[in-house]
Design a protein around this ligand. Structure first.
Ligand SMILES: NC(=O)c1ccc[n+]([C@@H]2O[C@H](COP(=O)([O-])OP(=O)(O)OC[C@H]3O[C@@H](n4cnc5c(N)ncnc54)[C@H](OP(=O)(O)O)[C@@H]3O)[C@@H](O)[C@H]2O)c1
Length: 218
């Protein structure tokens, strides 16, 4: 699959890019600055050591992919999506955004008490299939493929086929993923991130996560 990652120069996006490239996907990491994207891609390609290759590009070019992933800080979520709104028409947009409100990122503070991903879906309109995922997976786990990530992925979205595609992509990244219902349910995943940050602080760990229990592994 051709995957474009907006803000793919950052911590979460580059980790996902690395894992998807290893799985054989065609990955373009996007940036506001094409030169920064190229440098980020070169760094990832060193880590990939010839097993796969990623490419860097400006965000608008990265958004030409089949599936587009948004991994930018909350403050940049709307502006970044708006800047590629045309390219997103008819596509799946995987939004990883957590609406953290610095400096108290270990406290749930959802803007207007609602999901940031739902707000983005409303803004972009129904022609963009927004799916929410990966909010609870710490970037610290992603760049070592030998390391089993001890965190499940909640995938929320209103389009069942789009959700299925993203569950598959999470599995391709080596993660256990769940259909977690409608996009409205994303509010729970977004809020959980602050809970995990509080746990990280209290127990002095880099990346606590979540596990769904009571469902047989299949
Ligand atoms: N880090 C984690 O462990 C983690 C885990 C789960 C979810 N998340 C969520 O995933 C998203 C990305 O997190 P991250 O840690 O990868 O973030 P990050 O490294 O701080 O930033 C990601 C990229 O966003 C772009 N960016 C930064 N500020 C911007 C602005 N004002 N306008 C437009 N683009 C901007 C930058 O790319 P360019 O400068 O190259 O354009 C940057 O490399 C956040 O919403 C975060 O809450 C993160």
């Amino acid at each position: 699959m051709k995957i474009g990652i907006l803000g793919g120069t950052g911590k979460e996006g580059s980790g996902l890019a690395y894992r998807w490239a290893l799985k054989g996907h065609e990955v373009v990491i996007g940036s506001r600055d094409a030169a920064r994207a190229a440098a980020g891609a070169a760094e990832l390609n060193q880590l990939l050591a010839g097993k796969a290759e990623v490419r860097g590009a400006g965000n608008p070019e990265a958004a030409q992919a089949t599936v587009v992933v948004l991994t930018v800080p909350y403050a940049a979520q709307v502006a970044t999506a708006d800047s590629v709104a045309q390219q997103l028409q008819g596509k799946i947009l995987v939004d990883v955004t957590v609406p953290l409100a610095p400096p108290k990122v270990d406290r749930v503070q959802l803007p207007n008490g609602e999901s940031a991903v739902v707000a983005l879906q409303r803004r972009l309109g129904a022609a963009v299939k927004v799916v929410s995922a990966f909010q609870n997976v710490s970037a610290t786990h992603l760049k070592d493929p030998a390391h089993e990530v001890d965190c499940d992925v909640l995938v929320c979205g209103d389009d069942a086929d789009a959700r299925e595609t993203v569950v598959g992509l999470a599995q391709d990244a080596g993660l256990r993923a769940w259909h977690a219902g409608a996009l409205a349910n994303s509010i729970a995943a977004e809020a959980l991130t602050s809970v995990l940050i509080a746990i990280n602080k209290r127990y002095k760990v880099a990346g606590s996560g979540i596990r769904i229990t009571g469902v047989p592994r299949g």
